[in-house]
Design a protein around this ligand. Structure first.
Ligand code: HEM
Length: 481
């Protein structure tokens, strides 16, 4: 169905943009001193949108990037995606340039479908307040703030494994991983723990997640339209939870540290002002969205690689069993345990090098500028791609080889390993994701070994990487000591 809407959209966009496109290119080549980056805008109407999407649908999003790196330039090339002229920045220097020029030469840009689902905090508050809120976000998600949640994560993980995995011969990993990360988010962001309440949120949430990156046609029944309704429903629920929490905090029935919502409600900005209720609802929604499919994709690919690489599984198993053996019966994981999971985290990092949950992200040029001698016009969209460095032998020798030791010592060179982005827009959920992934790995390997039921299962990237059938595996529980 989505492909039908895609055709409709492309036909529509073609008409609207043909004139703009021609005028734009003529204007740029006449007035800019330097040449535009090498590359081609593709078909007049479609640009290279289909090639870009198709390489992901075929499971090789890196192909779009590397074909053009080889054809045009290792540093930058131009293309056109969804009727927008796009400059793709490649390599460590390209990443560094985009990450360190945030709000100077470039700013965040999202495809139209995202803007429609999240009209952003601009509707609820001023641009300045939205900016302040973004500045405060990392403070709720930094390691010191998250340490106290590790036991809760382990508690939920145990519950999740006993309900979803134990006693089963076969499971499908991706939906289970999604259930795990969503349950954790509901508990840690808002203290929702009851599985029925979590499930009530999960349905609209899945609708939201699948419509967010869809074709931007907002008509009854389109994925985008459904996503907008789902987002409004979730916002309404969130506001009710926030209102109740304010009352509970005032009456001493809730604590300041019980979850991220309490932190946000009690935090003040530089001028001592509390955050606006609507902004908090938007930010919690943003965190739920940001952490939804990304961390579950990472967990799913960890299961996949550990099934394929028995020696890597053994290393993780050994590390996690050493930690488990030190614990008293029933004792939950803590911060010290997490620090001991070095090898496991190296494995997770190597998984995210080869299968980054997000392939890259867009920016927009705030003004015209020159990069590597090429002119980038104001308003052009810019794209950084994790693959341009992750699969580059210059930064990662034998890039196709799974080698967790790449992350020993100081690890990869700056700006080469970027699954979480970089600069001021680097993923604020990075540390949270690290904790939930490690807690997942601990609970998984201390319970099971497993094998893939579809050894050649295809990977589809749309926009996250997912095994086409969700990764069915056969479980082999460890004998109880
Ligand atoms: C393995 C898991 C994850 C990966 C690989 C990941 C990756 C990323 C990347 C690449 C970006 C975009 C950076 C850019 O625009 O350049 C991003 C943004 C974001 N992530 Fe994550 N993320 C993960 C988990 C999470 C989690 C668990 C949360 C929430 C708890 C989260 C919340 C966000 C938010 C709110 C943004 C938008 C930040 C902004 O625009 O300023 N992410 N993430």
């Amino acid at each position: 169905m989505d492909h039908f809407y895609l055709s409709l959209l492309l036909a529509f966009v073609s008409l609207v943009t043909l004139t703009t496109f021609l005028v734009f290119y003529r204007h740029v080549s006449r007035y800019s001193g330097s040449a535009l980056p090498p590359g081609r805008p593709g078909l007049p109407f479609l640009g290279e949108t289909l090639e870009f999407l198709r390489s992901g649908w075929n499971g090789h999003p890196e192909k779009f990037i590397f074909d053009r790196i080889h054809r045009y330039s290792a540093d930058i090339f131009k293309t056109s995606i969804l009727a927008e002229p796009v400059a793709v920045f490649c390599g460590a220097a390209g990443n560094k340039f985009l990450f360190s020029n945030e709000n100077k030469l470039v700013t965040a840009w999202w495809p139209e479908s995202i803007n429609k689902v999240f009209p952003s905090s601009l509707q609820t508050s001023s641009k300045e307040e939205a900016k302040k809120m973004r500045k405060m976000l990392p403070q709720f998600m930094k390691p010191e703030a998250l340490q106290r949640y590790i036991g809760i994560m382990d508690h939920i993980a145990r519950w999740h494994f006993s309900m979803g995995w134990e006693g089963k011969d076969e499971v499908i990993v991706f939906p289970l991983a999604k259930r795990y990360t969503f349950w954790l988010a509901c508990r840690l962001f808002m203290s929702i723990e009851d599985p029925d309440h979590v499930a009530r949120f999960a349905d609209p949430f899945n609708v939201l997640a699948s419509g967010m990156f869809s074709v931007p046609i907002d008509l009854p029944g389109t994925p985008l339209n459904k996503a907008k309704h789902a987002a409004n429903f979730i916002r309404k629920e969130l506001r009710a939870i926030i209102k109740q929490r304010k009352i509970d905090l005032a009456e001493g029935k809730a604590t300041a540290t019980q979850d991220i919502l309490s932190h946000m409600l009690l935090a003040t900005d530089d001028e001592g002002k509390h955050l606006n209720e609507l902004d908090i609802a938007d930010k919690i929604l943003g965190l739920l969205v940001g952490g939804h499919d990304t961390a579950s994709a990472a967990c799913t690919f960890i299961v996949k690689y550990l099934a394929e690489l028995p020696e890597v599984y053994e290393g993780v198993y050994k590390e996690q069993m050493e930690i488990a053996k030190e614990k008293a019966p029933g004792e939950l994981l803590n911060w010290d345990d997490i620090q001991k999971m070095r090898y496991s985290w190296n494995v997770a990092c190597e998984v995210m090098r080869l299968a980054p949950p997000l392939q890259g992200a867009f920016r927009e040029a705030l003004n015209g500028f020159i990069f590597n001698g090429f002119s980038i016009p104001k308003g052009w969209k810019l794209y950084w791609s994790a693959h341009s460095t992750h699969r580059n032998p210059e930064y990662f020798p034998e890039p196709e080889k799974f080698d967790p030791s790449r992350f020993d010592g100081n690890g990869p060179a700056p700006y080469t390993y970027v699954p979480f982005g970089g600069g001021p827009r680097m993923c604020p959920g990075k540390e949270y994701a690290r904790l939930e992934i490690l807690v997942f790995m601990h609970n998984l390997v201390t319970r099971f070994k497993w094998e893939k039921m579809l050894p050649e299962e295809k990977i589809v990237v749309d926009p996250m990487p997912i095994p086409e059938k969700g990764l069915p595996v056969r479980l082999h529980p460890h004998a109880k000591a």
